[in-house]
Design a protein around this ligand. Structure first.
Ligand code: SAH
Length: 246
């Protein structure tokens, strides 16, 4: 009987070892991702006077802890993927800093049934973060190879409610309007009127506005039921410029 128990115990240990092996291999970045969350939390605390809060929505932090940022950066950047800073993604563009992605997502106050427009797909990372929180994401990228790469990546990683289009996001996505929330991830000199038009009454837009290549102000714009806009300045930020003919 004693022998049996020992044998049973040993096989249990072996089994749990075997079970834990593939988990380690599956997510070698899990530790780095947790460290990234800590860094975002600290950054939020440091900027709490701007944000008027000490912590971001737990649901937002949860998806930030799930989306594999290393899949959204070029191979040469993978080892930096979970540092709390922007990284180059080619074509002179960047994937935004995780703190900024989390903050913008938090400000949008999305719901499970929200229909979202993003201007500036870039790597597709921000769209992937939103994907887990909303009904659908429509995202526009002006640089065709980036749009194609993001579309392919999002499909491979099964973010099936994200739709990518190449085009000038200044004009929004008329066929899919109106949107519950709009997020612009490139710096505009002004708030594009077509985007205001495509925002539902009661909707929210987050957009960096200011001059190119200098710091901009991150704006939160709420559209009232009567169509009036309330604009709140959140925090100085630095984004790549919104380009295009407009
Ligand atoms: N949200 C992205 C980062 C955006 S960087 C991410 O998560 O990776 C800003 C992106 O906006 C760049 O890829 C840039 O090419 C794109 N962009 C600039 N002007 C644009 C415009 N008028 N319409 C659509 N995309 C634009």
């Amino acid at each position: 009987m004693l022998v049996m128990t020992r044998y049973f115990g040993l096989s249990l240990i072996l089994m749990s070892l075997l079970l834990s092996l593939p988990t380690v291999a599956r997510d070698e970045y899990a530790g780095a991702r947790q460290a990234m969350l800590k860094s975002i939390e600290e950054h939020v605390k440091e900027t709490s006077l701007y944000l008027d809060k000490e912590a971001l929505n737990p649901n937002v932090m949860k998806v930030m802890g799930q989306v594999p940022r290393h899949e959204f950066v070029p191979a040469s950047q993978k080892r930096f993927a979970y540092q709390n800073r922007p990284l180059p993604i080619g074509h002179g563009q960047t994937i935004s800093q995780p703190y900024i992605v989390a903050l913008m997502t938090d400000l949008l106050k999305v719901k499970a049934d929200s229909k979202v427009l993003e201007v500036g797909t870039g790597s597709g990372y921000q769209a992937a973060i939103l994907s887990g929180l909303v009904d659908s994401v429509y995202t526009i990228e002006i640089i065709n190879p980036l749009a194609e790469q993001a579309r392919e990546r999002l499909r491979r990683l099964a973010y099936n409610n994200v739709h990518v289009r190449t085009g000038d996001g200044y004009y929004g996505w008329t066929e899919q309007m109106p949107f519950d929330v709009i997020i612009v991830t490139a710096a505009a000199s002004h708030v594009p009127p077509p985007l205001i038009k495509q925002l539902k009454p009661g909707g929210r837009m987050v957009i960096p506005v200011g001059s190119r290549f200098m710091t901009q102000e991150l704006l939160l714009i709420s559209k009232q039921q009567d169509g009036k806009l309330i604009t709140r300045q959140i925090i100085p930020v630095m984004f790549v410029p919104l380009t295009g003919e407009h």
